[in-house]
Design a protein around this ligand. Structure first.
Ligand code: VGL
Ligand code: ZN
Length: 198
């Protein structure tokens, strides 16, 4: 039973100057690097979208970024184009210590479905492979950090609990998009699911 640090989407597009910049997103890199040595394993996630991705507002005629549409799997925020496969925006923050990572899980590469969680795409059915990897290595005790607190970090933490892992979010090593008070909503959902916020 080991401890894994799950570093969510520490990519250029989520940092200041990026396409979907999270305020202060770059300020947490040093802290995340310093945490890595305290864990048995480090797993990074990477938001990784084809140019045609259905979560991009500019792939929907007349749609504004940050508006909400309906997808077959439920409501979906339409985002500014971000983390397009192979672009600099999709690359990790240059100071993130990739050398300490055991695994990189890419998500959101299916054109018709978004993926906030590190475990499942937004249909809550299509698995990313993360759970299988962690279980095979007997990594049961998860700590989550990275971007964005109220989307990919929160969904990942809630799914971790559903799958039988324990999950702690170090809030100081996250930053939120905070769309329509989504930060408060995410904190409440995480607490209700049994995620430890620290
Ligand atoms: C994220 C919105 C769209 C995230 C990814 O990493 O929180 N948010 N894609
Ligand atoms: Zn995305």
């Amino acid at each position: 039973m080991g401890k894994a640090l799950i570093v969510i989407d520490m990519q250029n597009d989520f940092c200041p100057g990026g396409a979907l910049a999270v305020s202060g997103g770059d300020q947490i890199v040093g802290q995340i690097n310093a945490l890595m040595a305290d864990f048995d394993a480090v797993v990074l996630t990477q938001d990784w979208h084809p140019a045609t991705h259905a979560s991009f507002a500019d792939n929907h005629a007349g749609a504004e970024p940050f508006s909400v549409t309906r997808m077959p799997y439920g409501p979906q925020v339409l985002w500014p184009r971000h983390c397009v496969i192979g672009t600099d925006g999709a690359a990790f923050h240059p100071e993130l210590d990739l050398d300490q990572a055991d695994l990189i899980v890419r998500k959101g590469f299916r054109p018709q479905i978004d993926s906030y969680s590190a475990f499942f795409e937004n249909d809550h059915e299509t698995a990313t492979g993360m759970a299988g990897y962690l279980r095979e290595r007997d990594l049961t005790d998860l700590t989550l950090v990275g971007l964005a607190h109220d989307f990919c970090v929160a969904w990942s933490a809630v799914d971790a609990l559903k799958l039988g892992f324990s999950a702690t979010v170090i809030e100081d090593a996250t930053r939120a998009i905070d769309l329509d008070r989504s930060r408060d909503a995410a904190r409440q959902r995480m607490r209700e699911a049994g995620v430890v916020l620290r």
